[in-house]
Design a protein around this ligand. Structure first.
Ligand code: NAG
Ligand code: NAG
Length: 198
């Protein structure tokens, strides 16, 4: 009695899986490691060698228009009077591209939150994930937490971790604003990333 039931259930799962449309952008990210793979990885850790990987890409922060990738989530009513927008918080899901042009191939997204946390100059506290979507880093992430004095030529943000290929990563992301439109607020930021991982 239980066997036919199981077969029916299984075939339904197959039918449902086959019928589930892979909506672009909602597809699985490409890594599928379960608890066993993760535990094995940590067991092998003492024998693994650390390596240095350099990444280079551009972040497109779009505030204007009908499809912003940066939206304010907290706008204190004192922010408008603050020259540094102190207290403002925003969420981003910014595309990361190979080259500086907006139509350059996408390598991932920068997803996270940032807040304006400085009283005397424009500076953000950022907590971001780089979510890579192509090539050998597909499905892997890097976690960035740090201080971003937006008007400085170079800003160094610590990379404090990662997942997938970048499990236990540490490193530095160096940010340099390529273009900033002060009317629209849109920006293209160059990222030079150096990361230590296994
Ligand atoms: C901010 O909001 C509070 C509460 O609504 C109000 O009393 C205050 O006048 C507002 N301040 C400004 C600068 O708009
Ligand atoms: C800056 O943004 C404004 C408003 O969206 C736009 O009209 C202008 O063309 C932009 N400037 C550049 C250099 O892209």
């Amino acid at each position: 009695m239980t066997k036919p039931c199981a077969i029916v259930l299984l075939s339904w799962i197959v039918v449902i899986a086959a019928a589930t449309p892979v909506v672009d952008g909602f597809a699985p990210t490409g890594r599928n490691e379960g608890p066993r793979e993760i535990k094995n990885w940590f067991r092998k850790l003492p024998h693994m060698k650390q390596k240095v990987t350099e990444l280079h890409f551009y972040l497109h922060d779009i505030v204007s228009g009908s499809n912003p990738t940066n939206i304010p989530i907290v706008v204190p009513n004192t922010s408008a009077q603050s020259p540094t927008y102190f207290g403002l918080m925003a969420a981003i899901d910014d595309p990361l591209t190979e080259g500086p042009r907006p139509d350059s191939p996408i390598v991932g997204r920068a997803q996270g939150l940032f807040g304006s946390t400085s009283l005397d100059k424009i500076a953000y506290h950022m907590t971001l994930s780089f979510v890579f979507t192509t090539g050998k880093y597909k499905g892997s992430t890097l976690s960035i937490v740090g201080h971003n004095p937006f008007m400085d030529e170079y800003r160094e943000l610590p990379i404090i971790g990662g997942s997938g290929v970048f499990r236990l990563a540490r490193g530095t992301a160096l940010l340099n604003t390529l273009t900033f439109n002060s009317t629209s607020g849109d920006a293209v930021v160059e990222y030079d990333v150096v990361v230590l991982h296994y």
